[in-house]
Design a binder for this molecule. Structure first.
Ligand SMILES: [Zn+2]
Length: 840
């Protein structure tokens, strides 16, 4: 239940209707969570039936999305009964046009009377302060078969205030990306199996109160749970830079990696970056928190689209995480015997959320967040500045956290290098970086204010030509003295001074040259008066002051510039690295094209790309469905192959799929790699219209998977016929199978029977019923649901009993509503084509 704005009839209709998605039509312009397929696929993933109550002002709507109901009424389309109740004065009633829907809801849901339905609206009214909100009830929850018994997919018993994914820890696959510890020893982050833990980190900055099974979820401000926090920035190409917060996990050093958010919502948790996957301990315990609004999440929001931008981000942020790790180790390197990740147990800061206004407040150091009362409110704050709910929230980095930390471990060499470069460059440096010198008194005040550091040389020349020879001479002398005074300054400073001096002497302007000549002449002839001396003194002092300022500025610049420059260079380097990587991939592909040997198995449609010639043995084995439970939302989408050959000889494997891709469906395919009781989900390199291509590292079991979707989508299928001659009777076996089941496998189970070749291909929808057309003969059963059987045992879907020798018959396949899905055709049962397949 939520206490949101509630929905009226139209909105609920949009939410529950299939094939309606605002999100797809104007992708990217609709806020997250607004009537996509999320509710439909999400709720139907959890259970067979769902009912939605929503209250908005005086209208109350109830809608039923129920698979049980659709099965009962034998619906051909998805029907979603929705009833709207309206409150007028004291009575709440539904208009007559909803009568039929109301009857259906009362017959097929958990609620048998109108009063029972209205009670649910009262719950919304009672619990939501604004008296509007939405309440969803899902029942007939999904069950999974483990061994012989069926049990609920989720564990409601283990913790009365939580919903957990069943704990078959040894079966739970450890994701490929997180493989570092030797098998078995690694613990799974709590958020992977506990809904409570997941909800606590679901939002980057939690603003919502979540109550799970009667108990408030203690939300976490993830960036504030870390220790030794530093911030870095990453600048995606053409976008504004974003902040990455790095720090140590203070709860468990075993769970580390990137926490990736999109518009405040968690997409990926503990996603390890390159350096954290290596077989050393680089990056252990380090968490990076990043909000990537510029990336596109996949429709189930568990991943990002694998775009160039995504890969670039991972590469660059990975490099920054490594920097952070090195920096922290550099700084804390003092006689440390214990690994650093073992020493960080408390977060840098303590933040707490007000249970009333939901604002986050920073607690003073030394307060233990664990000692705080369960319910905390702003008025309990010891900081008077933020002691009321009406006070603004404190900025996250208000306390002088460096917005960008200094990578000191690199600074030293950076500095050295820069000094060297400065020395080499100085003689030829244009005078653009030369500051203006003080103007003599006869120059207008507007000009005196111009102390900009980047005046163009031309403008400068013009101004300088206004100086009289005396002042210029004084300025020169003062400058020379100053250089002497600062003769102990660093080389770089001296080099900069030299620049200024060069600029003073060399203006490249005729007027100045003439002035200089005149100056020298007058110097020889005219003795300096005491008034002049006074002037010189003033000028001298001015110059000293200015040069001091100059020196300060230079120092500042030296401090600032290298860091920025190096950062931008680093970004550039990362970009280059990405391009380099891509080029290398292209090159590898070209190489692969040239060197590879492709084997296409005609029987199974498998394709092996091999290093050279070699022997490959493969068989179809049985899927272990209980193993797949741990993988989340995957179901088999093809046979599971056991593949054997000499290690390293197979480079790429193409597995045939039978999905029909259209613009409307987005079927996510992956490949399961099973070894030693573990399942690893491999992301395909490429999905073609017929195959899924993966890179092969170790051989064993491979099988195609697809994301579980509640959407009736046809796949390409095949109708296989086997003719059996018995003593008196004849039988025709009909198999309805997914298109990527090898015929050979089925033939193996029909030894002695004749395989009748025909145009077998058709499109069938898993879960829908089909019946063969074979009149006047009898077929049993009359109709059957098409399921995705991937072997290795294949039982006939239908049998047609033929009492006598029949030469041919007309055979077709109809769907539930009698439409032809496999056109009736003449099938010859006897004749010249007859031969028997025998397989060893
Ligand atoms: Zn408050």
């Amino acid at each position: 239940m939520d206490n949101g704005k509630g929905m009226d009839y139209d909105k609920m209709h949009k939410m529950l209707s299939f094939g309606f998605s605002d999100k797809q039509t104007i992708r990217g312009h609709v806020p997250v969570g607004l009537y996509g397929n999320g509710f439909k696929s999400g709720s139907m993933r959890l259970g067979k039936d769902a009912i939605v109550f929503s209250k908005k002002a005086n209208t109350m709507c109830v809608g039923l999305l129920s698979q049980t109901y659709l099965e009962k009424i034998k619906a051909q389309d998805v029907i979603v009964p929705i009833v709207m109740f309206t409150k007028t004065r004291q009575t709440i009633s539904a208009a007559p046009e909803y009568a039929e829907c109301l009857r259906d809801i009362l017959t097929h849901s958990l609620f048998q009377t109108e009063e029972e339905l209205l009670t649910e609206f009262n719950v919304i009214k009672r619990l939501c302060s604004n008296s509007s909100g939405t309440r969803i009830i899902i029942w007939n929850l999904r069950r999974t078969s483990s061994g012989s018994s069926e049990e609920l997919e989720f564990d409601f018993m283990k913790d009365p205030n939580d919903i957990q994914i069943r704990d078959d820890a040894n079966k739970r696959q450890t994701r490929k990306a997180n493989k570092r510890q030797p098998g078995g020893g690694m613990s799974v982050p709590e958020s992977e199996y506990s809904l409570r833990a997941y909800c606590s980190i679901l939002y980057l900055k939690p603003r919502m109160q979540i109550i799970l099974r009667g108990l408030k979820v203690e939300t976490q401000f993830v960036t504030k749970t870390l220790a030794k926090v530093y911030r870095d920035t990453y600048k995606p190409v053409g976008k504004e830079g974003i902040t990455i917060t790095f720090g140590y996990n203070t709860k468990s050093k075993e769970h580390y990696g990137l926490m990736m958010y999109h518009k405040n919502r968690l997409i990926k948790a503990y996603e390890r970056v390159a350096c954290q996957r290596k077989a050393n301990n680089t990056g252990v315990g380090v968490i990076g928190v990043i909000e990537c609004n510029y990336l596109t999440p996949t429709h189930n929001k568990q991943d990002f689209d694998n775009s160039d931008e995504y890969r670039k981000t991972m590469l660059s942020v990975g490099a920054k995480l490594e920097d952070y790790w090195k920096e922290v180790h550099y700084r804390h390197n003092t006689n440390c015997t214990e690994p650093f990740e073992d020493t960080v147990k408390t977060p840098d800061q303590n933040w707490v959320q007000c249970d009333d206004c939901m604002k986050w407040r920073k607690l003073p150091d030394g307060i233990d967040a664990k000692q705080l009362p369960k319910k905390w409110f702003c008025h309990m704050n010891s900081d008077p500045q933020f002691r009321s709910c009406s006070d603004e929230e404190e900025a996250e980095d208000s306390d002088g956290d460096q917005p960008k930390y200094q990578k000191t471990y690199k600074q030293q060499e950076r500095h050295q290098k820069l000094l060297q470069e400065n020395r080499q460059q100085s003689p030829s440096t244009p005078c653009s970086s030369v500051p203006m010198t003080p103007r003599p008194s006869d120059v207008t005040s507007a000009d005196t204010q111009d102390t900009s550091l980047s005046t163009t040389p031309k403008r400068k020349a013009l101004k300088w030509s206004l100086e009289n020879p005396e002042t210029k001479k004084a300025r020169k002398k003062a400058f020379d003295d100053q250089v002497l005074l600062f003769s102990h300054a660093s080389d770089a400073t001296k080099a900069e001074y030299k620049d200024i001096k060069t600029a003073l002497n060399d203006d490249g302007d005729d007027v100045i040259d003439k002035c200089m000549m005149k100056e020298e002449q007058s110097n020889k002839i005219t003795p300096t008066s005491s008034k002049d001396q006074q002037n010189y003194k003033v000028l001298y002092l001015q110059s000293v002051e200015e040069i001091k300022q100059l020196q300060h500025k230079l120092k500042q610049q030296l401090k600032k510039e290298p860091k920025e420059e190096v950062d931008s260079l680093k970004d550039e380097k990362n970009n280059l690295l990405t391009s380099y990587e891509r080029l290398q991939k292209d090159l590898e592909e070209v190489k692969r094209e040239n060197e590879k040997v492709m084997f296409h198995c005609k029987m199974t449609n498998l394709v092996f790309e091999m290093k050279g010639k070699g022997e490959v043995l493969y068989t179809v084995v049985s899927w272990d469905n209980s193993q797949l439970q741990g993988t989340g939302q995957f179901q088999p989408a093809g046979p599971l192959y056991s593949i054997k050959c000499s290690e390293g000889s197979v480079l790429y494997l193409h597995l045939p799929h039978c999905e029909i891709h259209t613009d409307k469906n987005q079927i996510e395919l992956a490949v399961a790699h099973c070894s030693e009781g573990n399942i690893e989900i491999l992301q395909p390199l490429k999905v073609t219209s017929t195959h899924v291509i993966i890179e092969v590292q170790h051989l064993s079991l491979f099988g195609l998977l697809k994301k579980w979707i509640f959407q009736e989508t046809p796949i390409s299928a095949q109708v296989l016929l086997f003719y059996q001659k018995m003593q008196i009777r004849r039988k025709l076996h009909i198999h309805l199978l997914p298109g990527n089941v090898p015929i050979e496998e089925v033939q193996n189970q029909h030894k002695g029977n004749t395989y009748i070749q025909c145009s077998a291909i058709c499109q069938l929808t898993p879960g829908k019923k089909y019946r063969p057309l074979c009149e006047p003969y009898v077929c049993q059963p009359k109709a059957e649901t098409f399921g995705c059987n991937y072997g290795p045992n294949y039982h006939p879907t239908f049998e047609v009993i033929l009492n006598t020798e029949v030469e041919d018959l007309t055979l077709g396949l109809l769907d539930e509503i009698g439409q032809e899905v496999w056109e009736p055709r003449q099938v010859f049962l006897t004749g010249s084509q007859e031969f028997i397949f025998v397989f060893p």
